[in-house]
Design a protein around this ligand. Structure first.
Ligand code: ADP
Ligand code: MG
Length: 263
């Protein structure tokens, strides 16, 4: 189209490197050390509203630390992380409230062993969100139904399979009405026959428009559910791409090498 002359042409970022929706999670110049180990190096990353970003990379590349930094389980040395326009404070009440905006699901299910499934999904709503008990229970039942576990509400975590426990963990995180869900290798500890039931719940969540950051080795999930793939190595974001482009035509040797081992 004719837009008139400009003195300097505007060169947009490659489409695939831009977030799909308006910014929700914004990391700028994030650095983190563990002693001499520079575990996150100059991370700039923006995740859009409703976007599904899959983070992949070799073991030790900083994927878990990145997730933990986003909900302040780990403090960063320099840089900033904001969620929905609000910078994460270092500590205090405000931190607890903002942290609740980030739902986190870990490799180990981390359920409260001494509480029933229903109580696991209810307690955070009551304690952190100050939701009245009856409303919290209603919501817990609704969420358990959504992850296919309404019949298990009265059981204790140890009575469930790993796949079921992980689905409870997802329901528990969703109960807090998070703005973004972080998944750190949610299926890595599961027996193979249980992986799909968890991925299915995650896929449904993605289809429902949840913003998700997912660390996983499930390349099929990355291909089919991700808007963008973030490839990390040695504490850096090495490539950001659509799954189509990343898997068919990785640009860096690091990514090629990684894909040759996992595909
Ligand atoms: P990934 O999840 O990609 O496997 P991590 O974020 O867990 O990587 O770890 C990145 C690097 O930081 C690794 O070398 C790991 O050993 C190191 N690391 C992680 N947590 C700590 C910690 N609490 N103290 C010291 N080193 C750590
Ligand atoms: Mg990890």
């Amino acid at each position: 189209a004719l837009t008139g002359r400009t003195t300097r042409p505007v060169v947009p970022e490659p489409r695939e490197e831009r977030p799909v929706g308006p910014p929700l999670v914004v990391l700028e110049g994030v650095n983190k050390h563990f002693g001499a180990l520079h575990v996150l190096q100059d991370i700039d990353l923006t995740i859009g509203h409703g976007e599904v970003v899959v983070v992949i990379g070799p073991s030790g590349s900083g994927k878990s630390t990145l997730c933990r930094a986003i909900n302040r389980l780990e403090a960063i040395d320099t840089g900033s992380i904001s969620i929905d326009g609000k910078p994460l404070p270092a500590e205090g009440r405000e931190l607890a409230r903002l942290r609740a905006d980030v739902g986190m699901v870990f490799q180990s299910f981390n359920l409260f062993a001494h509480m029933t499934v229903l109580d696991n999904v209810t307690i955070g709503q009551v304690k952190v969100r100050r939701t009245p008990k009856a409303a919290a229970v209603d919501k817990a039942r609704e969420l358990l139904d959504r992850v296919g576990l309404s019949s298990q509400a009265a059981k204790f975590p140890a009575q469930l399979s790993g796949g079921q426990q992980q689905r409870v963990a997802i329901a528990r995180a969703l109960a807090m009405d998070p703005k973004v869900m972080l998944f750190d290798e949610p299926t890595s500890a599961l027996d193979p026959e249980m992986i799909n039931e968890v991925l299915e719940v995650m896929r449904q969540l993605a289809d429902d428009g949840m913003t998700m950051i997912v660390v996983t080795h499930e390349m099929g999930f990355a291909r089919s559910a991700a808007n963008r793939v973030v490839f990390m190595a040695d504490g850096r974001v090495v490539e950001v791409a659509t799954p189509d482009r990343f898997f068919s035509n990785p640009r860096t040797d690091r990514a090629k090498d990684f894909l040759s081992k996992v595909l």
